[in-house]
Design a protein around this ligand. Structure first.
Ligand SMILES: Cc1ncc(C[n+]2csc(CCOP(=O)(O)OP(=O)(O)O)c2C)c(N)n1
Ligand SMILES: [Mg+2]
Length: 337
């Protein structure tokens, strides 16, 4: 970045420094470019099986990671690459896992939906809709039991929000005052089903009312709004007041997965969101209009990000497939004393 980033206009930004805003821009762009590359590798047959891209939703995870502290935990569904990158997992390891290679986070045996990092407190990657919700409460229970002040971000979709296990979890989380933030990423669709076709009331953030869990709706295309809501939720949970619900209204630009005929919405609807509400473009404009970055600065960030993403694709291609012996490892958990 040029020296202009701390210019006199810096106070024109709402509650954020130019440095932080630039960091959010960079983090969102990394996810977008990484996902575009994953889409390309999928098209080339280098990634097999399921692959659910996060393009469009980047502000959700970047805003919430900005509200998290070291040791906080996160768990999510199958639409998980963005969450991994945002919490600092290595793009090389993620891309190698997508391509089923030895250098991947699960040694190439898990694929897109099954990656974990104990170091970064990332607990998956879950293919069964809603299954991560009780697991997230369990992670929060462990922290409460051990007396730490860590919180767990438990992400799930608008479709998953209609599942029974979510409400059993809400009950337990409220009863035991667990430090868990339930993040509903409302991208308006569950596979090909629009929310209005599946959901009796549109306000998912009120779904905790019967259990006494506070909740709020957040504009998920605005990373600063997400960060502010995240700060509030984290403060609530960390101070021992129990769970909190954030319904973050977002949008996915690509299909549900790579094999989605996309007949349930119009091209115009997607195009309109891209043109009018894009989360990266929004930050880009704030940086440029406030004089916190030049076109050149942003171009050089884009170049850096592309280099990181290309390097991850090279790493993935060069990494060998797992050996046959790996078929017999990581099946049972090691006994712990
Ligand atoms: C228990 C279960 N039922 C059905 C499926 C098939 N399925 C996969 S994703 C999905 C839609 C979930 O939508 P949502 O929770 O809104 O998340 P999004 O894909 O939009 O991120 C369904 C029905 C599944 N994986 N698990
Ligand atoms: Mg959805």
């Amino acid at each position: 970045m040029a020296a202009r980033k701390t210019s006199a206009k810096a106070d024109s930004l709402p509650n954020v420094s130019a440095e932080d805003l630039t960091a959010y821009y960079r983090d969102m762009l990394l996810i977008r470019r990484f996902e575009e590359k994953a889409g390309q590798l999928y098209g080339m047959g280098l990634i097999g099986g399921f692959c659910h891209l996060y393009i469009g939703q980047e502000a959700v995870v970047v805003g919430l990671e900005a509200a998290a502290e070291e040791g906080d935990k996160r768990i999510t569904s199958y639409r998980d690459h963005g969450h991994m990158l945002a919490c600092g997992m290595d793009p090389n390891g993620v891309m190698a896992e997508l391509t089923g290679r030895e250098g991947g986070y699960s040694k190439g045996k898990g694929g897109s939906m099954h990656m974990f990092s104990k170091e970064k407190h990332f607990y998956g990657g879950h293919g069964i809709v809603g299954a991560q919700v009780p697991l997230g409460a369990g992670l929060a229970f462990a922290d409460k039991y051990k007396g730490t002040d860590r919180v767990t971000f438990t992400y799930f979709g608008d479709g998953a929000a209609n599942q029974g296990q979510v409400y059993e979890t809400f009950n337990m989380a409220a009863l035991w005052q667990l430090p868990v933030i339930f993040v509903i990423e409302n991208n308006q669709y569950a596979m090909g089903t629009a929310q209005r076709r599946s959901t009796s009331t549109p306000d998912l953030h009120t779904r905790g009312a019967a259990f006494g869990i506070p909740g709020e709706a957040v504009d998920g295309m605005d990373v600063l709004a997400v960060k502010a809501a995240g700060d509030k939720a984290v403060k609530h949970c960390r101070s021992g007041k129990g769970p909190y619900i954030l319904e973050i209204k977002t949008y996915r630009y690509r299909g549900h997965s790579m094999s989605d005929p996309a007949k349930y919405r119009t091209r115009e609807e997607v195009q309109k969101m891209r043109e009018e509400r894009d989360c990266i473009e929004h930050v880009r404009e704030m940086l440029l209009q406030g004089g916190h970055a030049t076109e050149e600065d942003l171009k050089s960030i884009d170049k850096e990000i592309k280099a990181v993403v290309n390097a991850s694709a090279d790493f993935a291609r060069e990494s060998p497939e797992p050996s046959l012996e790996e078929l017999w490892t990581d099946i049972y958990a090691e006994e712990t004393v």
